[in-house]
Write a protein that binds this ligand. Sequence first.
Ligand code: LLP
Length: 430
Amino acid sequence: MNAPAPSASLPGHPFVHRRQGELHIEGVPLASLAERHGTPLFVYSKAAMLAALAAYERGFAGRKARICYAMKANSSLGVLQVFARAGCGFDIVSAGELERVIAAGGDASKVIFSGVGKTAQEMRRAMELGIGCFNVESQAELERLSQVASSLGQSAKVSIRVNPNVDPQTHPYISTGLKDNKFGVAHEDTLRVYQLAARLPGLQVVGIDCHIGSQITQTAPYLDAMDRVLDLVEAIEAAGIALQHIDFGGGLGIDYAGDTPPAADALWRELLGRIDARGHSGKLLMIEPGRSLVGNAGVCLTEVLYLKPGEHKNFCIVDAAMNDLPRPAMYQAYHQIVPLSPREGPGINYDVVGPVCESGDWLGRDRNLQVQSGDMLAVLSAGAYCMSMASNYNTRGRAAEVLVDGEQAHLIRRREGAADQMQNESLVQD
Ligand code: LLP
């Protein structure tokens, strides 16, 4: 064994730490969970989620603010329950997500419905359940929502998602606020669309919304976007349309590999400075953070199946794969990979890969590891956009999930079997 400090948390992961060399999450040794539930296994720290939430709450102290967890980051019921009990609202992008909010005990009136392609059926269901607001992304969608609400004899609360044309300086697949992205109403069309919204039947304009991208690690794009949104707020209100809230989206990054995003409270101190300076401090503030609430609260445990040395590359073949952890294959994303019990001695460089039949099935490249078959590894920063993006490719069952709360470990999802995967299928009866 290396000689570790008795208890040292991993950088960026305050609730993941080594005690006597063994990796723990809160008070629970991860190896005990791998043994009990098998691998691949996602493990989340409730304290880490609540600490991340508390940073936003500190930033908004004394303000009218609502934090709507962007549940696409991790929509497991046990995770949603943590945020529902903490009083959060939810940012949803489908009727399926709305059903999950209800199942987890969330409050529909604190739900905001984002996304460019809401169907009439989804709009109807959301109105039936009394959601808080629709973030509308186009004129055509606005017209559809007006028809749906009128046919129900109701009034839908709307906010228009504006595209501020700001570069969030992140991966192109997760930039959403540039004018070539499919998201939001173009800056120059915003006033016209608001005037239409104010005229159409069945709609009640309540706010403005903007979301510029994800894994943002700098403050400047946020400040630029806020300035542009406030310009629009002033133009819309000058046209006689009052706005009750500003929804500023999500996007704050986390530390995957030494990244240094601003802390949520520090970021909001700066943004509130802009809002106050322009006289909008009376407005309700809403945000839609996803990754920054759950990303570094989770790890994925995986077992080393085989080592395959090669002339040019060594492969460390593990039992988790791109269907469990799609981010490396999709975005060349970097996740740290560490052993649960480090071995002594120098490591060698491995590509850590899964069993799926694709060359894109890798979890980490050129990782220096001292491992043997049967060892357990933890893929870090796996709380966001991993389980929620997992698939059954290669007919692999989705992993089990455990939520740790102090010394307690709760199984919040059992491992999916082959029968679970086939339950909606049928053979043709001749
Ligand atoms: N609000 C809206 C309208 C969004 O589209 C998103 C994320 C969020 C809020 C939450 O953003 P966050 O705080 O999590 O950055 N699968 C990608 C990330 C896609 C993000 C999509 N939209 C990844 O794994 O990096």
